[in-house]
Design a protein around this ligand. Structure first.
Ligand SMILES: NC(=O)c1ccc[n+]([C@@H]2O[C@H](COP(=O)([O-])OP(=O)(O)OC[C@H]3O[C@@H](n4cnc5c(N)ncnc54)[C@H](OP(=O)(O)O)[C@@H]3O)[C@@H](O)[C@H]2O)c1
Length: 281
């Protein structure tokens, strides 16, 4: 499946939740994001919510060190909180994110999760931001299939551009999206951003996964990430503040898993047999 241009065919990015929470960890975190950029990670996920803007500041410092002339090589994704997602609130939130990120535009601006604001109002804000060149594309997060269908129908009714992605919890510990959301998004050629793809680190420590991974020359984390992006149309955004792990995670982008390996993984973490409400962290 073809990825739309916003991710430029990347399948592994970098998450930043919990970065920017402590002053003492900030230099290490800026260094980690800069390391990621210098070693080929091209999609960085952040949000106004993370450390109350602190994670965006970490990303901003790393982007500055990476070099303003290289900004276009990077896809920056950030998110507006539902409580801010009125037309004017969305615009103000984006402008504040841009100040913290130290950049003129974000590549993808997501509604973090559904709140009480009608979709029309948020979309008016997104459209105004896109008109001004402050965002390249917009999307949603934590939307299950009915909400996504309504959102897309609203865009169509208003004659607006289409939602570029839906970011949801998708990992071996949360295979629910495979039942209907992922196939429906694939049919529309809309990429799914898989958050918490390592189960907050739990899958990296999974001895049963490690036993499958080791003969393949992989770590358990790499196996979990390669599995997450196996079908195409998915970009995983593992978070790490550790340079070696960032490199290992990115290397999973070039791993192809054979049918036997996928069957062994299915035996450990079975695919969904029925619809369940979308899990959210
Ligand atoms: N849209 C949403 O509602 C939503 C919700 C949750 C998350 N997200 C996004 O998704 C990103 C990823 O999710 P997440 O941060 O919740 O969890 P995650 O990426 O599944 O796991 C992160 C944890 O795994 C560890 N880790 C990373 N790579 C590893 C490796 N190769 N080996 C061993 N441990 C490793 C990290 O530790 P170190 O940092 O110490 O290396 C960290 O503790 C977030 O950062 C955020 O950007 C979005």
């Amino acid at each position: 499946m073809t990825q739309p241009s916003v991710f430029n065919d990347e399948v592994i990015g970098l998450g930043t939740w919990h970065m920017g929470e402590s002053r003492s960890a900030a230099p290490l975190e800026v260094g980690a994001v800069l390391h990621a950029l210098q070693h080929g990670v091209r999609v960085i996920d952040t949000a106004e919510m993370y450390a109350d803007g602190g994670a965006e500041r970490i990303v901003g410092q790393a982007l500055k060190a990476f070099g303003a002339q290289r900004r276009e090589q990077v896809c920056i994704v950030t998110k507006v909180l539902p409580m801010h997602a009125t037309r004017d609130g969305t615009i103000a939130a984006c402008e504040a994110s841009l100040r913290r990120l130290g950049t003129d535009y974000v590549d993808l601006f997501l509604l973090h999760w559904e709140g009480n604001v009608p979709y029309e109002r948020t979309l008016e804000g997104f459209a105004a931001l896109r008109e001004r060149g402050l965002i390249r594309a917009w999307g949603v997060s934590n939307f299950d299939l009915p909400e996504l269908a309504t959102w897309c129908a609203t865009e169509q009714r208003l004659g607006l551009a289409r939602c570029a992605s839906n970011q949801v919890y998708y990992s071996l510990l949360s295979r629910g999206p495979e039942f209907d959301l992922l196939p429906a998004m694939a049919a529309q050629r809309m990429p799914l951003m898989a958050y918490t793809p390592l189960g907050s680190g739990e899958l990296a420590q999974d001895a049963r996964l490690a036993a499958i991974a080791q003969p393949l020359g992989l770590t358990a984390a790499q196996l979990a990430l390669a599995w997450t992006v196996r079908s195409g149309g998915v970009i995983a955004i593992p978070k790490s503040s550790t340079p070696q792990r960032i490199d290992d995670n990115l290397a999973a982008a070039s791993v192809t898993l054979d049918a036997d390996t996928l069957a062994r993984i299915d035996a450990l973490y079975p695919p969904p047999q029925r619809k369940r409400p979308l899990a959210m962290i």
